[in-house]
Design a protein around this ligand. Structure first.
Ligand code: ADP
Length: 363
């Protein structure tokens, strides 16, 4: 029997996306099928360039097609088109996904994770922005190596800074570029609301797959303003394994849920300590945040140990150092980034689009 387009499609219909439990044809991921004698070439569109399941999908397609009579060779080509929850009408028309990175308390590594997630997504090929929403204690100017200097202005608009590859730069904005850190500390609710709105409305973010927002620790005005102003794709919660930190993390989870913001997952930071020789020691314990995620029925995105190389790279303003391929321990960071990208895709494909929270705040 000659090899036909229909027999190839029927075989592809048996390949499931392992996270969405639907087949890749129904999910509209198969963009092209070419048959040349006994060779089949399949073009598959992933929902993120940082897809954690790329290898699994590739293996399953190969296995399914090799069972079809007349197939001798299979080539799978991937492209990516990030889906988003944002609509074209909102404040950020070019931004497909806004991801908030929050924590119950300060000092748990929330900014470190926000920077690493932005850098990791960009390294995987996504178009990324990084907004420092921590107006009370902005760390992004230091962690990105940009320091304090005013951004360029174009009429009414603010031009964000760019870091990383000139071909795919990360756009960065922080209150720390404009106001010295000591002054930012005394900001009050309505001013915070104003500055966050301004960062959403007036910064020229351009076309982005992901805008990562580093929130202040705890629960408060910035999260509320964000949730009211734009449809957030969801929030990532960073926690350390100790019980006190977890108690605050649970509170942060509940606040997001009350605001109608999906929790994309939990990251455990400072999970044990890795010495210079790569040996892991238990200091504050490990696994607490993972247990919390399980107990609250939330995705667990992964764990990072205390590693002096992570601390040094953020102090030195080298945002890519902890996540780039050759860095020791980078695979843990990249696994977190890919798991997060996977959760964002799941959220966008399976749930109704997020809406900006509608509440009237009287000040
Ligand atoms: P937060 O944003 O929660 O206040 P930061 O990201 O600013 O926390 O981290 C606080 C300090 O801890 C920073 O100096 C940072 O470099 C360091 N740090 C964070 N995570 C790690 C880690 N996994 N290993 C080593 N140092 C870390």
């Amino acid at each position: 029997m000659p090899l036909t387009h229909d027999s190839v499609l029927a075989a592809l219909k048996t390949v499931q996306d392992p996270e969405l439990f639907k087949d890749i044809v129904t999910l509209n991921m198969v963009k092209d099928v070419k048959i040349c004698n006994d060779q089949v070439r399949v073009q598959v569109e992933l929902t993120t360039p940082a897809c954690p399941l790329r290898e699994t999908i590739q293996r399953d397609i190969q296995a399914a097609l090799r069972k079809v009579d007349g197939v001798a060779g299979v080539e799978v080509k991937f492209s990516a088109n990030v889906r988003g929850v944002n609509t074209r009408q909102n404040l950020l028309p070019g931004v497909k996904n806004v991801i908030a990175v929050g924590a119950g308390k300060g000092g748990v590594g929330k900014s470190t994770l926000a920077v690493g997630i932005a850098a990791g997504l960009a390294l995987q090929g996504a178009r990324v922005g990084l907004l420092d929403g921590d107006v009370y204690g902005p760390s992004i100017p230091t962690m990105t190596g940009l320091g304090t200097r005013p951004p360029a202005i174009d009429g009414e608009n603010i031009i964000p800074f760019s870091i990383g590859s000139p071909d795919n730069p990360i756009r960065v904005m922080s209150i720390g570029f404009i106001v010295p850190k000591e002054k930012a500390l005394i900001w009050r609710g309505p001013m915070v609301h104003g500055v966050i709105r301004q960062f959403l409305e007036q910064v020229q973010w351009g076309e982005l797959d992901y805008l990562v927002v580093d929130l202040p620790p705890g629960t408060g005005d910035v999260s509320l303003t964000l949730a009211q102003s734009i449809p957030l794709t969801g929030a990532v919660i960073v926690a350390t394994p100790q019980e006190v930190a977890l108690r605050d993390a649970r509170r942060a989870v509940r606040m997001f849920q009350q605001l109608g913001v999906a929790i994309l997952g939990v990251v455990e930071n400072m999970s044990g300590f890795v010495c210079e020789h790569g040996v892991l020691y238990d200091i504050f314990g490990r696994g607490g945040a993972q247990a919390m995620a399980r107990e609250m029925d939330l995705p667990f995105l992964g764990a990072l140990p205390i590693d002096m190389r992570i601390c040094r790279s953020s102090d030195a303003g080298e945002p890519f150092a902890a996540v780039s391929g050759e860095a020791p321990g980078a695979e843990k960071f990249i696994a977190i980034v890919r798991n997060l990208a996977g959760q964002i895709s799941i959220r966008n494909l399976t749930r109704p689009p997020a809406q900006a929270l509608k509440i009237d705040v009287t000040e």
